[in-house]
Design a protein around this ligand. Structure first.
Ligand code: GLC
Length: 733
């Protein structure tokens, strides 16, 4: 519809209609199944609010959506269609690895493919917008939502943010098989203090701008149709009421002109934070800050009319918000086709189809990170292997946010091994939860009803299986519901009863390979003490079991790298590679000097750093070479390095480029990722990788908060991990 028709439509809407266009409820207000992904209370929603609603969340299914949309438009005074939104984070029905695992792929193109698959499936089921990508930078493994992020690096997150938005939306989100992207959570949610969800974030403006904002900006520049506000405060102001953040940073500086939606109940929570005396004030602050859609509260529906009629709020702000919602619907083509791609036949054909499963399996394989391998992997088909642990049969491997997918569709490790035609021994050994333990996931409760006596028997059977085998593959890890929203953990080790299984199995068999299921970096010291191999598989998605079997048996070599540091202990957290030197830098070497920035009881370095990961072969690197040792403003130089596969198996290496700005008008990180390239090399094959270094890469927010590069000495590092010392220097300016 032409813009002037949209504006004319706005002009015809009553005040009530305009206000109700900004409400978003979930399925509890409509017949048909829905899912609540936040606290639910049906307080104060009126019949008119529902009749004149602008959008809904978490209602899925072509038949349901078409029925609801038809009824809604028949009842709506101006026949304005609903926009259907939902959390499609790492897949709709065919589930890909959790985003942290996708970050480990160091392959944004593959993540884009996953987003394309998710969009096709979700669109067929009537969904118009996904609340993704989540691009919050994360440095604290205690925070449950690190699983939704692509990790601790601003550059990596920015590259993925762009790829995911492009995957969901394509060139035109109104095109068939495309859905709108809603980048979240704006902003700085990953900085929740103490890793405790919903906690405030204490970030300097410089840290916010240098580290946390780039990925949101990348999503906005890629054309994300919506931005979602975050639950946290920034500078002691709740994001949903933060005018500076939303009107100056997001709209003026980043140029975002789309719709802003609150996170679940976040407008009402302005009062809970203590930044509003009541819900009326909360509504006023949110509207003034530029929040357009009120998700799951009645703040706007119940108070905007009074605020406007009492001249406490300018109706112009309301009109701007409503216009952005109407424009959103127009960008999705909903005025011409309110049902978009909702199609029961397409659902049958697309959901979990072979091609989608194949893509999910390829992504899972590339997400695995091999942390340790003392000649254990790959397994040989004729070896006698016992697969032990809760995750041998567990199908809760699709990630906490896969609320619309069915765990039963997932392939377990046992099924994956059998699909390879391998004869192996299988013994569960224990459940992922302890006997009698219950945990509430995002949309279901998990309880382990097994008695302690039965658990002992199961443990004994596992030890017997270990005794009979040449090698043990121990499939353990945190429960899927111990990760994700509302799942912060102060203890980031594997559950106690699984530690016992590890100990008992390792007592009788020294060849233990741990396959680790997790939604966060864990403290794996105890595992490393007894396991000769460790492979992190995150929550690998629907095809997890097939992917794990194929990598363990060498059909594909592992190629992932850590997108987030694995701490030595939770006491180090937050720990991340692009730290600052401090005035008393500690190089990690033994010293009697007390007065250095270090701990008495643990090292400074994480157990496994950002960018680390092994393959089934070894790679060698040539000395990194620069095309020049000085670079003037506006010029570029190149950094080249040769990487060679020195082993006898094909493998992939992620060649990483880091730059250190030695001296700045403000302190600068010890190094920052500025480029990477994943290469597959045959045995003996060598390839030269060349990166272009630009002035843009050297920019940061200087002492005057101006974004620019400063003259001086820079060190370039190139290698297969963030701790590479393969370096060369150049001067800029
Ligand atoms: C949740 C999450 C957000 C999600 C929204 C809708 O509380 O914070 O990421 O998109 O509510 O489910």
């Amino acid at each position: 519809m032409e813009q002037q028709k949209i504006e004319a439509l706005l002009g015809e809407m009553s005040l009530d209609e305009k206000i109700n266009q900004l409400f978003q409820g979930n399925g509890m207000f409509y017949e048909g199944e829905s899912i609540a992904t936040g606290p639910v209370s049906a307080q104060g929603f009126t019949e008119q609010t529902i009749r004149e609603t602008g959008s809904v969340l978490s209602i899925i299914g072509a038949e349901t959506v078409k029925k609801l949309q038809k009824a809604h438009m028949e009842n709506h005074p101006h026949k304005i269609p609903l926009v259907f939104m939902a959390d499609i984070i790492n897949g709709y029905k065919t589930v890909f690895p959790i985003p942290l695992g996708q970050g480990a792929m160091f392959n944004p193109e593959m993540a884009k493919t996953g987003a394309e698959v998710a969009a096709k499936e979700a669109a067929a089921s009537g969904i118009h917008v996904t609340f993704a990508p989540m691009v919050d930078l994360v440095r604290d493994a205690r925070w449950g939502r690190v699983m939704e992020s692509t990790g601790e690096d601003a550059y990596l997150n920015s590259v993925y943010a762009k790829a995911l938005v492009e995957g969901y939306q394509g060139e035109d989100p109104k095109a068939p098989g495309k859905i709108g992207a809603c980048v979240k959570h704006f902003a700085g949610y990953g900085g929740a203090m103490a890793g405790r969800d919903y906690n405030n974030a204490e970030l300097s403006e410089r840290t916010l701008r240098d580290d946390y904002l780039p990925a949101y900006e990348a999503a906005v520049k890629a054309g994300a149709l919506l931005v979602m506000t975050s639950f946290n405060t920034l500078n002691h102001v709740p994001s949903t009421a933060n005018k500076w953040l939303m009107r100056q940073v997001l709209r003026e500086e980043m140029g975002f002109d789309g719709a802003v939606i609150s996170d679940w109940a976040a407008i009402e929570e302005i009062k809970n934070h203590g930044a509003a005396a009541d819900l009326k004030e909360a509504a006023k602050l949110a509207m003034e800050a530029g929040c357009d859609i009120d998700m799951m509260t009645t703040c706007y529906a119940n108070y905007l009319k009074e605020l406007i009629e009492n001249k406490e709020l300018d109706e112009k702000l309301l009109d701007e918000a409503v216009l952005r919602v109407l424009e959103l619907k127009n960008k999705l083509g909903l005025f011409e086709n309110p049902y978009k791609d909702a199609d029961e036949e397409a659902e049958k054909e697309l959901l979990l189809c072979k091609d989608h499963r194949k893509k999910a399996k390829e992504a899972a394989k590339e997400s695995f990170v091999l942390l340790r391998n003392k000649k254990m992997l790959p397994l040989k088909k004729d070896e006698k292997v016992a697969f032990i642990g809760p995750y041998v049969e567990e199908k809760s491997i699709i990630g906490a946010w896969s609320v619309f997918a069915d765990e039963a569709d997932a392939v377990s490790v046992k099924e994956g091994v059998k699909n390879l035609g391998i004869k192996a021994i299988f013994a569960k050994g224990c459940d992922s939860l302890a006997p009698g333990e219950t945990i509430h996931g995002m949309n279901k409760k998990y309880t382990n009803n097994r008695s302690k006596a039965d658990a002992e028997i199961m443990l004994g059977e596992a030890v017997d299986a270990a005794l009979k085998a040449d090698k043990v593959v121990l499939c353990i890890g945190e429960h899927m519901a111990q990760t994700g929203e509302g799942a912060s953990r102060a203890d980031i080790t594997i559950p106690k009863h699984q530690k016992r299984l590890l100990k008992e199995v390792a007592r009788v068999n020294k060849n233990v390979i741990v396959v680790l299921f997790t939604g966060r970096p864990l403290d794996v010291r105890k595992i490393k003490e007894v396991a000769k191999a460790i492979m992190v598989v995150w929550m690998p998605g629907t095809e997890g079991g097939n992917a794990i079997a194929e990598v363990l048996y060498g059909k594909t070599a592992p190629s992932g790298k850590l997108p987030m540091s694995f701490p030595y202990s939770v006491g180090q957290v937050p720990v991340f590679y692009d730290e600052f030197r401090t005035g008393r830098y500690y190089d990690g070497k033994p010293t009697e000097n007390r007065f250095l920035s270090k701990y008495l009881d643990v090292p400074n370095k994480p157990l496994y750093p950002f960018g680390y990961g092994l393959s089934y072969t070894e790679f060698s690197y040539s000395k990194v070479k620069l095309s020049a040792d000085c670079m003037k403003s506006g010029e570029e130089i190149t950094a080249s390095v040769k990487v060679k596969n020195e082993g006898r198996r094909e493998g992939a290496e992620v060649v990483q480029l880091y730059i250190c700005d030695e001296v700045g008008s403000v302190v600068r990180p010890v190094r920052e990722l500025k480029g990477f390239e994943k290469v597959w090399l045959a045995p003996g094959e060598e390839k030269e990788i060349t990166f272009t270094i630009t002035e843009e890469m050297l920019k940061f927010y200087d002492i005057n908060m101006e974004y620019k590069a400063e003259p001086g000495k820079f060190i370039v590092y190139a290698g297969g991990c963030s701790d590479t010392e393969n370096a060369a220097e150049f001067t800029f300016g």
